[in-house]
Design a protein around this ligand. Structure first.
Ligand code: NAI
Ligand code: MG
Length: 467
């Protein structure tokens, strides 16, 4: 059997509302492309009426789901995890082909999604223990809007805590990756989640905007661009409805001269080239101590030259496809601005497939802090290298962006790690590693990277009234 054949993909997809898969009321649909940029399937553009129907179905399901014995809720969430695990290969293919992620990255993301469902399933009947002395109560209907990177994992990050806490949900996946969410919808239906507890609306920004503005929604959770995050914040201002935002980043990965350099190079590569750099917490700025800048960048380039870019479904691929033409355009535009500003680009000399959207792993040296490639989120496999002399200078440069999602520190000195972690404005700081995730640890940003935390008990609190 060919690798692509494992996945059964229909020509047309519907919405998931009230436990059924209805057509969109508007009759409007749009074309979804696969990892090679080829036409793949049609998805619905959910209308305002569909939004009303979905929110109504979610509202109707609140008393039953929030009143269900918490033990029962946990059991159902475990069942979702088990079924996802049982269909692991299908979901790996689905994620790889819709996102453009490599098979390896997709497999990792599917496993992490399963972990998240399991971890939150365990809390469903222990909410009183999670928040001793409080009386945790669900908020009601949550609207959740997610991006196209990690389409199954982001759905798990959003759905699992909301459901464990007794809320019902309307989920809006990104326009380029709706099929992963709908396949999850099939699992949710088969796992016998009561109808209306989870509803899925596909469509673009207009569908998302109509959903978050609906007065029947009690809580909004969003992951995506800072621009849209700000628009949602304006929509909700003064409404008293709860909001968490997980937005972009421009993480500093800081390497001191006493760091284990080979290990650091692996961390740098994993930090920025993993998942084509389509990662909100990607280590897109390398801050390297001046004394080792040259040897480190040389080592990095040698390692980059071994990266294979190409077919996501080929198990030897390290860097897969750029998610869409629009994203490729954005990456190219920012890279051109870096060159025009005077930075020096170096690209891994790899071959690219003829058809589809690809971008070579790229590293920029001679970067000034004011350049756009040092300030803006590129969301692609592009690294900007800056240097520093002292720890103070490293902290100052690390904090010199509008963002504050994540950071990394590489050094042999424990005391320096603790010192830097305290002084960097970043929600997550990794030490001698990068891009590590655990369902028990909270994740989220400062400043333009958003507010609120996902993961851990913090992530549950975001879906509870704790008065
Ligand atoms: P986006 O922020 O427009 O899309 C994210 C989600 O929000 C999608 O589901 C989209 O349909 C929805 N959406 C769009 N406009 C909306 C609105 N007005 N109200 C409610 N929902 C809305 O991100 P896009 O356009 O896909 O990517 C643009 C840039 O954003 C990327 O190049 C990247 O820099 C950044 N981005 C960051 C992500 C992160 O995880 N931090 C994820 C995706 C994008
Ligand atoms: Mg957009």
């Amino acid at each position: 059997m060919g690798e692509g054949e494992r996945l059964d993909v229909r020509k047309t997809y519907k919405l998931y509302i009230g436990g059924r898969f209805p057509r969109t009321e508007s009759g409007r649909s749009y074309l979804v492309c696969d990892d090679k940029g080829r036409p793949w399937a049609n998805a619905c553009r959910a209308s305002r009426k569909d939004v009303r129907d979905a929110v109504q179905a979610a509202r109707k399901a609140v008393p039953g789901w929030s009143g269900a014995t918490a033990y029962n809720r946990g059991q159902i969430l475990y069942r979702v995890a088990e079924m996802l695990e049982g269909r692991r290969e299908q979901f790996v293919d689905q994620v790889a082909r819709s996102e453009g992620a490599t098979r390896r990255a997709a497999a990792d993301a599917v496993d992490k999604a399963v972990d998240r469902w399991v971890w939150y399933a365990g809390w469903a009947d222990k909410l009183d223990y999670a928040f001793p002395g409080r009386r945790p109560a669900p908020l009601g209907v949550a609207a959740q809007v997610i991006p196209w990177n990690f389409p199954l994992l982001m759905a798990a990050w959003k759905l699992a805590p909301a459901l464990a806490a007794g809320n019902t949900v309307v989920l809006k996946p990104a326009e380029t990756t709706p099929l992963t969410a709908l396949r999850l919808g099939e699992v949710i239906q088969e796992a016998e989640l009561p109808e209306g507890v989870v509803n899925i609306l596909t469509g673009a920004g207009a569908t998302g905007a109509a959903l978050v503005a609906h007065p029947g929604v009690d809580k909004v959770a969003f992951t995506g661009s800072t621009e849209v995050g700000k628009a949602i914040q304006r929509t909700l201002a003064g409404s008293g409805r709860r909001l968490t935002l997980e937005l972009g980043g421009k993480a500093a990965n800081i390497v001191f001269e006493d760091a284990p350099l080979d290990q650091a190079v692996e961390g740098i590569v994993n930090g920025i080239y993993f998942n084509q750099g389509h990662v909100c917490c990607a280590g897109s700025r390398l801050l390297v101590q001046e004394s080792i800048a040259e040897p480190l960048v040389d080592k990095l380039k040698r390692r980059m030259a071994t990266l294979r870019v190409g077919d996501p479904l080929d198990k030897n691929t390290d860097v897969g496809a750029i998610n869409s033409l629009a994203q490729l355009d954005k990456i190219q535009e920012l890279v051109a601005s870096g060159e025009a500003d005077g930075a020096q680009a170096w690209q891994a000399p790899c071959e690219l497939p003829a058809r589809g959207f690809w971008f070579r792993p790229t590293v920029f040296t001679h970067v000034a802090q004011s350049y756009r490639i040092a300030q803006e989120e590129i969301f692609g496999p592009v690294l900007s290298v800056l240097t520093f002399r002292t720890p103070d200078e490293a902290v100052e440069k690390a904090n010199n962006t509008p963002y504050g999602l994540s950071a990394g520190v590489w050094t042999d000195k424990g005391s320096r790690i603790l010192d830097l972690a305290n002084r960097m404005r970043a929600g997550v700081v990794w030490a001698n590693t990068f891009n590590r995730f655990d369902p028990a640890s909270p994740f989220g940003g400062y400043q333009e990277s958003g507010f609120g935390r996902e993961g851990g008990r913090h992530g549950l609190a975001a879906y509870l009234d704790l008065s």
